[in-house]
Design a protein around this ligand. Sequence first.
Ligand SMILES: [Zn+2]
Length: 164
Amino acid sequence: MITCSMCDNKKPLKKMKITHKYKESGLDNVTLIGVEYHRCDKCGEEYFGYGNLEKLNEAIAYILIRKKDFLAGGEVRFLRKHLGYSGTMFAKIIGYDDSTLTRLERGAQPITKAFDRLVRFTVASKLPDRNYDLHDQILKDGGMKLDRIELTSTAHGNWKLKAA
Ligand SMILES: [Zn+2]
């Protein structure tokens, strides 16, 4: 049970499970199903329980590098941030100018196939579990067709892609 930390309401807050647009990720097409949610009746403060945030973001990163279509600029930004890199650091690693990377992330410049691949392989090389073979996916023209991403919570604070 949790109580409100923003006001003097001492009553335990009622727990609910909700479906939540995960806008905090910077992505506008990610929906989380089964987020723990508490709201204080007195002051209106809201509390969201994402479980293990690192694992949630990692699950999204795995999904993004497996998508069939090119990454969108915002997805590149999400992946870069998930790896913990500033724009300057990531630009240096992939051999791009800062300003070009910024334009690509903002959607001000179209993402090319070569840039898309470069980002995916850079991300894949740093994720802890590399058993997914991106080479095979590309050679077989595979990948997941995704317009939106829906994740459901599982036991132990993990998240998995909801079957379409
Ligand atoms: Zn409150």
